[in-house]
Write a protein that binds this ligand. Sequence first.
Ligand code: SIN
Ligand code: CO
Length: 390
Amino acid sequence: MIDQYPLGELSAEQFLRDYWQKKPLLIRNAIPDFEPPVSADELAGLACEQEVESRLIRFDPASDHWSLEHGPFDESTFANLPPRHWTLLVQGVDHWIPDAADLLAQFSFIPNWRVDDLMISYAVTGGGVGPHYDNYDVFLLQAAGHRRWELGGLCDEHSPRRDDAPVMILPQWQPEQSYELGPGDMLYLPPQVAHNGVALDDECVTCSIGFRAPAHNELLRSFSDHIGEQLGRETRYTDPDLSLQENPGEITAAALDKVQAILEHYLQDRTRLTQWFGRYMTDPKYPELEEPGDDINADELGSWLAEGGVLVRNEGARFAYVEHGPGPDALDLFVDGRAYTAHGDTATIARALCASRTLELAEQADSLSDETLNLLATLISSGALYCAED
Ligand code: SIN
Ligand code: CO
């Protein structure tokens, strides 16, 4: 667990009570002496990689024209850009850069499964993505250079937006507040608060810590898909109590009650709900990039841990758990959309893995159970954990 969160004078409890999902917050010097996890060159390099999600947004003030290009880019793109009014945005930097994953871990006052990714933008003077709103919470941490943030007012899908721009631009929006952020300063914005960040100098780097907030339509679709996959086609609507209807065309209240009871039966099944939601919220952001890890057997792993080996959660791996509740100590562990069960000491280790990116077990290595070693070896071979030398 981290004992110092990047919240300035505020405790995590105060932040959650007064600001989270409620109102914006500016935190000056949230991370003192902050070192950006990537340089501008490294960010441009990432944007040239096939697997990395990136965007280049430009604005031409003379023609009032916004343009959007998706990566991967080649180096010549960057060599030929104008001196002003563009920004490069690279998504999921935490998947590629261990220091970026560590930065994300500083935000552990919000549950892991609510965190989406770390996006980093690089802009030249005047660069930005324009006035817009997002549907998720975001911490905007200034990493290098300076950016002016204007913000204010809640927007939604009915808010007017330009129809001639490839990105969301709110044309009639009037900001209510304006702040200039320098390295280490951070702005928190709840969902739907309109904002506009404009780079004030040529090496303006901003880290966006973004969160997952599943839309109700996604939750319902995913849950019903999960249940649907488990059920055979022979479990069906039945009505042995059918009585004669006056009009055969009527769908009666009794029939609707039956349908409602079928749906409620699945919704009230807490085990099914847990098994679905744990997998759903830990689904990898980029499933196509999943790669298996090293094959290691439980004995080899035990000796390696005894020698001081450190287990590290893979950058981008998603870990969460659900306690079984009263009764024997046990939990369901969810990692990258897969489910495992852990009991006793294994459950303790699973909790520790969910709380922190690294785990050192040298002192307990001799007493680790087969269940623990087998679980850890499975997580290593699935690529969710890797072994680092101390
Ligand atoms: C940025 O320009 O770095 C942040 C974009 C945003 O406001 O979401
Ligand atoms: Co935004």
